[in-house]
Ligand binder design. Structure first.
Ligand SMILES: [Fe+2]
Ligand SMILES: [Fe+2]
Length: 321
């Protein structure tokens, strides 16, 4: 049972936390924070880290088959960036008191979530363009406001990540632009890839606001700054002129701008598909997890060797002292 002094201290701590949030200040790892705030951040940041790491797979699939040396080196750099994003984010989550091992175990045992978008296949080169343009584009809309997230290590990690994401989006757009201004077959390939990725990228913003119960709390804590629907609107508004520049059609025949409300009116998102993929029954869920698990097992000797080396260095320093 909490003593009276503990309760008083807790109230004072809560007041200090609330004041920092109200004042747009940052919460840092050693600051007191409500347990629910900590748990929410651990869940969100680790899911985000897992998404970066699993997200390497659909594109790594094309590294050996990229159409030129230049494309290959750009794609390798992009996939490497995603590994880096995973590392910053795992490190940010670790400051909240969870270990890297706990997070990895949750992922490979299928207990943790990652973005559903990476459970789709990438059958053609044009998918590299569509992922960069649409998936990284949607990620940017989601992530730019996270640079101001109230938790310091998360916000700071996002600043660097967002800079790299804008390069990813440009390289995707550029792949699609080349294809859509190439032969009729290439243009068709670009259109097919965009048709495949458009709707799943709209789903990346999550359920509509009235079906998203946790959002309000995250907004009050200033982790999240805009609602799912607001971000989806922003993304669609960004895509429309770019569809035109690409000379490709938007797969949503109902999409139009409503002057009166200042909103984009969109066709119905297939939420049943979203739920299926989320529940682990998407086109590539099992494959993605299997691959991640195998990579973890195959890398066991590297972790053991690194730990043995670190121990050896520590012993050497101790004897020298
Ligand atoms: Fe990323
Ligand atoms: Fe990216």
């Amino acid at each position: 049972m909490a003593t009276m002094t503990e309760e008083l201290t807790e109230t004072a701590e809560q007041e200090r936390f609330d004041a920092l949030i109200a004042d747009e200040q940052r919460i840092e790892p050693r600051d007191w924070m409500p347990e629910k705030y900590r748990r929410t951040l651990i869940r969100q940041i680790s899911q985000h880290a897992h998404s970066e790491i699993i997200g390497m797979q659909p594109e790594a699939n094309w590294i050996t088959r990229a159409p030129s040396l230049k494309r290959k080196s750009i794609l390798i750099a992009k996939v490497q960036d995603e590994a880096g994003h995973g590392l910053y984010l795992y490190s940010a989550a670790q400051t909240l008191g969870i270990t890297r091992e706990e997070m990895t175990d949750a992922l490979i045992q299928g207990r943790a979530r990652y973005s559903s978008i990476f459970n789709y296949h990438t059958p053609t080169w044009a998918d590299m363009g569509a992922i960069g343009w649409l998936v990284d584009g949607a990620a940017i809309c989601n992530q730019v406001p996270l640079c101001r997230a109230s938790y310091g290590p998360y916000g700071r990690a996002m600043v660097r990540i967002c800079k790299e994401e804008s390069f990813h989006q440009r390289q995707g757009f550029e792949i699609l632009y080349e294809l859509s201004h190439g032969t009729p077959e290439q243009k068709q390939m670009a259109q097919d890839a965009v048709d495949r990725w458009y709707w799943p990228s709209l789903m990346m913003f999550g359920p509509s606001d009235d079906a998203s119960p946790n959002s309000a709390q995250s907004m009050a804590w200033k982790i999240k700054r805009f609602s799912n629907d607001e971000l989806r609107q922003r993304f669609v508004g960004m895509c429309v002129p770019q569809f035109e520049a690409l000379g490709l059609g938007c797969p949503d025949p109902d999409l139009r701008y409503d002057e009166e409300s200042g909103q984009w009116i969109m066709g119905e998102i297939d939420w049943a598909e979203f739920e299926e993929v989320l529940a682990g029954r998407g086109p590539a869920n099992a494959e993605r997890l299997r691959h991640r698990r195998d990579a973890h097992d195959d890398g066991a000797w590297v972790r053991e060797a690194a730990a043995a080396y670190a121990q050896k260095m520590q012993d050497r320093r101790r004897f020298a002292a």
